[in-house]
Design a protein around this ligand. Structure first.
Ligand SMILES: C[C@](O)(CO)[C@H](O)COP(=O)(O)OP(=O)(O)OC[C@H]1O[C@@H](n2ccc(N)nc2=O)[C@H](O)[C@@H]1O
Ligand SMILES: Nc1ncnc2c1ncn2[C@@H]1O[C@H](COP(=O)(O)OP(=O)(O)OP(=O)(O)O)[C@@H](O)[C@H]1O
Length: 294
């Protein structure tokens, strides 16, 4: 199940329910966690996690994959007779602004609906996804999509071509509520978010230079405020030839757009040698969302 980056993230003032209204463009990229679901005893649910950052992932009921399995069983099954044992192999760093947990939640919804042979409509799955978290409906959909509401309302966006990215991972994660909280302090009079027309136009053109110039993130200043070192990371990527640079979502991952595949290889090598970040990964997008391999 893929990670996402936000190509644009426009954020309005905090709503009475504590969430912020968004106009965002999600983009799924080729960095995947795997979630496996097998039958367990009725009413028994458990999860194991291995791989990148596994020690930072909760194994209790706050685990998004476990929550997804329980939610699906409660709403669409004979709950007492369903159970699942989940295994997650993580490659998406935790608390990185790449929606790793959300992708695990989406994957568990799909995997368990197949495992238990439930008849769940795509719309019902989307509603459960939205209940789990703002980024989860996009994780089901994948590709490139416009997100509104608190991010849970998604429609596919018209996009041409494949884009080559370099992701720079940080040493420490960032908490999403903390970044939104700092955004509130820095932007007390945030305007209603508007669809980023320049970015939508750049996506239709398929030109990486246009897309690079249109990348934007209203949470970026808040993320930089909490992790000032990210400024150096962004500068380094641009110095090594990226046509655009942006912090993904609530950060701290920095996403660099390259002019093409060869430029992405050069950029990844240069950033890696520089040592300004913990690790770099080359990915491409868009890719499809959560899929079941039975
Ligand atoms: C930063 C993004 O990744 C951009 O796509 C998302 O907005 C975050 O989505 P997410 O992690 O799925 O967030 P949720 O699990 O729904 O909410 C976690 C917390 O993030 C904050 N939150 C989230 C989404 C939103 N539109 N406004 C918010 O203020 C709230 O403090 C909320 O309690
Ligand atoms: N399956 C999971 N994988 C990773 N983190 C999880 C999972 N379930 C719950 N969490 C919790 O969610 C927190 C955020 O992790 P996640 O990797 O989803 O962050 P993120 O990519 O910054 O999220 P987003 O971009 O959606 O805001 C973690 O600190 C962890 O406590």
């Amino acid at each position: 199940m893929p990670a996402k980056i936000n190509l644009a993230l426009k954020v309005g003032g905090r709503r009475p329910d504590g969430y912020h209204p968004l106009a965002t463009v999600y983009h799924a990229v080729s960095l995947y966690d795997e979630v496996e679901a097998v039958w367990a005893e009725p009413d028994e649910f458990d999860v194991q996690v291995t791989g990148e950052g596994a020690d930072q992932v909760p194994l209790d009921d706050s685990n998004l994959a476990l929550r997804a399995a329980r939610l699906l069983a409660r709403t669409h099954g004979p709950y007492d007779s369903l159970g699942a044992s989940l295994s997650i192999r993580k490659a998406i760093p935790v608390a990185a602004g790449l929606a790793g947990g959300s992708s695990n939640g989406a994957a568990a919804l799909l995997a368990c609906s197949v495992l238990w042979d439930l008849d769940v409509s795509p719309e019902a799955l989307r509603e459960l996804a939205a209940e789990l978290g703002s980024d989860v409906p996009f994780a089901l959909l994948g590709g490139t999509a416009l997100g509104s509401g608190r991010g849970e309302e998604v429609v596919p966006a018209l996009a041409r071509g494949t884009y080559h990215w370099v992701l720079a991972f940080g040493h420490h994660g960032l908490s999403t509520p903390a970044v939104y909280g700092r955004f509130d302090e820095l932007t007390p009079d945030a305007a209603a978010p508007e669809v980023p027309d320049d970015l939508m136009g750049a996506l239709r053109s398929g030109d990486p230079a246009l897309l690079g110039a249109a990348l934007s993130n209203d949470l970026q200043d808040a993320a930089l405020d909490l992790q000032p070192r990210l400024r150096q990371v962004l500068e380094a990527g641009l110095e090594y030839g990226a046509v655009g640079a942006v912090v993904s979502g609530s950060g701290p991952t920095c996403a660099f757009l390259a002019a093409g595949e060869a430029a992405a290889i050069d950029l990844a090598v240069a950033l890696s040698a520089d040592g300004v970040c913990r690790e770099v990964r080359r990915v491409s997008g868009p890719v499809v969302g959560a899929r079941v391999l039975a």
